[in-house]
Ligand binder design. Structure first.
Ligand SMILES: [Mg+2]
Length: 410
């Protein structure tokens, strides 16, 4: 079949052969197979090849040889004898046409296992099937710091699939993220993160409280806020009040005490290399977020500011208050400044005051969050490594490490 470039070839009614080769991988197998097939002047409709622990699986879908030149029988015999000479297994299946078109309703399902057991994999696959979805492709995104496997699913709507898999993931102690496939996923260009217990492992107010000797009082206010007796702004003011009189020099000490979440640097560095803009919004304090912005090269940072008068904290905050609504408002502002539509933003956070931001973003990721946040977000990560968010964006560990390697050579 010869077609002009203007019309894509249609193999709908064409007899085709699926040629599958399996065996020990070594150089020259792909060239050898196609060299063998070339003698029959067949066209390549599709190819897939992968290597798992040194074993190659090569599938070639080719048109059957046209009658009059060579017969299908001759092709079969030739391929089998080549495979035998290479100590490979070959299977050839006759049929018609190309792959069946993928169903509508397409999603990427990312499973983060730590470890990933066969039992869990069976449960995930069965849950996908139960929603009417079909698994079209499976591949490993990463083996470090967790096993990340992506299932490409079609034939079912993303929200229903997400609900079914969230329950199954929780039951088996793995994270399952479901995102709609399409260009949107590749186009995500702004990531905005919460700071306390997300970008960093600490709650900054608690670090200050330790220096002021009022940890218990701060914890009590936090508990009241969690019980719903105080809203975020009230609890912020009540906690900051307890810091009144603290010497300004404590700010520097707190900055050095802050511990980044494992994977934070890798996440930010990789996103920046891919051309993303990255920002933080925090109900904590600019005294800490400004330093983080500089250290990590963040494009945006906004937080509350502790007022300092005559070298002492006054127990008040100044400027625009960053609370639950404030975080969502800042996400919108950063997106506007970055020239990125909201649908192409990713927000990451752990607390109830991140919920508006997580819901406003194109993709909201609950990071080691409380159940109420986890349930309301698009997707959740419950392993303590921030770089696993990259896998939800379809970025593989290999790509991360390759980029790091290139940088080292510079
Ligand atoms: Mg937080």
């Amino acid at each position: 079949m010869t077609t002009s470039l203007a019309t894509p070839p249609s193999y709908a009614d064409t007899p085709t052969l699926l040629v599958k080769i399996f065996g020990k991988d070594r150089p020259g197998i792909t060239a050898g197979l196609f060299d063998t097939l070339a003698a029959f002047a067949v066209e390549v409709v599709d190819i897939e090849q992968l290597v798992t622990r040194g074993r190659i699986t090569l599938c070639a879908l080719v048109t059957a040889p046209s009658t009059g030149t060579a017969t299908e029988g001759e092709l079969r015999a030739t391929v089998h004898s080549w495979a035998e000479s290479m100590k490979l297994e070959a299977e050839i299946i006759s049929g018609t046409g190309d792959n069946r078109p993928r169903g509508t309703g397409r999603s990427h399902v990312t499973v983060l296992g730590h470890p990933l057991t066969a039992e869990t994999t069976a449960a995930i696959a069965a849950a996908i099937t139960s929603t009417g979805g079909n698994i079209d492709r499976i591949f490993r995104l990463a083996k470090y710091p967790v096993i990340a496997v992506e299932f490409d699913v079609s034939g079912t709507e993303t929200p229903g699939l997400r609900t079914a898999l969230a329950m199954e993931g929780a039951r088996h102690g793995v994270d399952v993220a479901v995102v709609a496939s399409g260009l949107q996923r590749r186009a995500q260009r702004l990531v905005v993160m919460d700071v306390d217990s997300t970008l960093i492992q600490d709650e900054v107010i608690e670090l200050f409280a330790a220096h002021a000797g009022c940890e218990e009082q701060v914890a009590e206010v936090t508990a009241r806020a969690m019980r719903g007796e105080l809203d975020f702004e009230q609890s912020l003011h009540a906690r900051v009040e307890l810091l009144a009189g603290l010497d300004e020099s404590v700010v520097e000490k707190v900055r050095t005490e802050v511990r980044l979440t494992p994977g934070a640097r890798t996440l930010v560095r990789t996103l920046k290399r891919l051309g993303y803009q990255v920002g933080v919004v925090s109900g904590g304090f600019t005294q800490v977020t400004d330093a983080l912005q500089e250290e990590l090269g963040l494009d945006f940072a906004q937080a509350n500011t502790l007022e300092v008068v005559d070298g002492k904290l006054t127990g008040r905050v100044t400027g625009e208050i960053v609370d639950r609504e404030g975080k969502a408002r800042l996400l919108r502002r950063f997106a506007e400044q970055a020239g990125v539509p909201l649908a192409q933003t990713v927000a990451i956070g752990d607390g109830a005051n991140d919920l508006d931001m997580l819901n406003a973003a194109g993709l909201g990721v609950a990071f080691n969050a409380k159940p109420v946040v986890r349930e309301a977000a698009h997707t959740a990560v419950n392993v303590p490594f921030l770089d696993t968010v990259l896998y939800l964006l379809g970025i593989t560990r290999e790509e991360v490490e390759a980029a790091d390697g290139e940088e080292d050579e510079d």
